[in-house]
Design a protein around this ligand. Structure first.
Ligand code: ADP
Length: 394
């Protein structure tokens, strides 16, 4: 079966075509600056990447180019050869605890959770409509970033705020990166040959979250009502005292939205270093003696380590810790920094194996009390597998 996975942002669209059950990637690409000046797209096939600069007025235009690339690269001869399309959706509220087939009813339900993700969900729904337009009879599936975390208990997801905020307005912890954490839980279970594992999964890319998983069920996760909460990230602050917001509003004259935007876009590694949100630039800064880069890196590693320690407590002792995503898979300095800060858990880094990128590997010594693995995440494969399973059982 040929499955397309789609990840639509407000001005972007990423896609992969995957052959299942072989799990073979056929082609992938991403469209950027949709609706803006300088729009373009990249296509990757057989390890080669080609960039095309084209005007993209809206997501429909992007989908038309995507279709053209599928034909031109002989991935398909007819659209009927696409057996299903899996769409990533950021927020499913508390309505969706697993991936579902797209129906009119589901689209209505998605509209009803728009308030919770006003920036993210609408372009994703636009993408579903754009694909429905060119392939009205192809089954489509939606896969939610929040769904995996719906297995959390109320003691973990309820904030200690007026209870009516929860019952009336849906204020609670939802958690994000669920598709990645679920992929890690599945991969760790396969790797270690156990399905009862207590796992601390650390997805540390430009967004970052830590998740405590017990036998496939989420016990707790660091992102919250929105993806702003939890550990420090590339441009996001992670947890801060909310009283900072009215204080900075008074001092700067900014609106509440502007200050929250600062917490989302101008904080984290970028805010502390003043250099970049990208850990490669931070590492260069450290090599050149930039003290704020050193500070940014140290705070980042401590924040992640502190969540690991907290979740080790919540799990009553983890069996395994997994590092994944951009930094987890590629930055040996970040891995070493995090592990140094969880030495109190008896975790011991094996420095002789830590210098690598993008592969599955154990990075702790044999006598480390908890083994730590690097496992590259694959959210697209997870979306494709869900789509494959749902349409196969239709
Ligand atoms: P997202 O999918 O959320 O955009 P990724 O998981 O791809 O993010 O992570 C991107 C981040 O990973 C980059 O901003 C950078 O900080 C980090 N990263 C990627 N490659 C490397 C590398 N070779 N060394 C250090 N950090 C890296």
């Amino acid at each position: 079966m040929k499955i397309l996975t789609v990840n639509g942002g407000s001005s972007s669209l990423k896609f992969n075509a995957i052959e299942l059950p072989e799990e073979k990637e056929l082609i992938s690409g991403y469209f950027e600056k949709i609706g803006l000046e300088g729009s373009f797209y990249n296509i990757k096939i057989n390890g080669e990447k080609v960039k095309h600069e084209v005007p993209l007025k809206n997501h429909m235009d992007a989908v038309e180019y995507l279709k053209k690339e599928l034909f031109d690269n002989h991935i398909i001869e007819s659209l009927d050869e696409i057996d299903g399309v899996g769409h990533r959706i950021v927020h499913g509220g508390d309505k969706f605890d697993h991936s579902v087939l797209v129906t009119d009813e589901v689209i209505k339900e998605l509209d009803s959770v728009v308030d919770l993700a006003p920036l993210h969900n609408p372009p994703m729904v636009e993408c579903i409509k754009a694909f429905k337009n060119i392939m009205p009879d192809t089954p489509m599936v939606v896969v939610f970033d929040t769904a995996f975390h719906q297995s959390m208990d109320i003691e973990e997801y309820l904030y200690p705020v007026p209870y009516e905020w929860y019952t009336e307005y849906g204020v609670r912890k939802y958690g994000f990166h669920g598709t990645s954490h679920r992929y890690i839980a599945k991969s760790a279970a396969e790797l270690l040959g156990r399905d009862d594992l207590k796992i601390i999964s650390c997805h540390i890319g430009s967004g970052a979250s830590v998740c405590a998983i017990d036998a496939g069920k989420v016990v707790d996760t660091s992102m919250g009502f929105t993806p702003l909460a939890g550990v420090m990230m590339g441009t996001r602050s992670g947890d801060v005292d909310p009283s900072i917001i009215p204080y900075v509003m008074k001092k700067t004259g900014e609106t509440c939205e502007e200050v929250v935007n600062d917490l989302n876009k101008k904080s984290g590694l970028l805010g502390v270093s003043g250099v970049s949100n990208d850990s490669r630039d931070i590492e260069d800064g450290i090599a050149n003696g930039n003290e704020r880069c050193v500070l940014a890196q140290n705070i980042f590693c401590k924040k992640v380590a502190n969540y690991i320690a907290m979740y080790n407590n919540e799990l009553n002792g983890a069996d395994v810790i997994v590092l994944t995503a951009g930094l987890g898979e590629n930055s040996s300095a970040t891995r070493a920094g995090i592990l140094k800060n969880i030495a109190s858990l008896g975790v011991k880094l094996d420095e002789s194996v830590n210098n690598f990128r993008g592969e599955t590997r154990k990075i702790t010594t044999e006598d480390s009390k908890i083994p730590v693995y690097v496992i590259p995440t694959n959210e697209e494969l997870m979306i494709a597998l869900d789509t494959y399973e749902i349409i196969s059982n239709q």
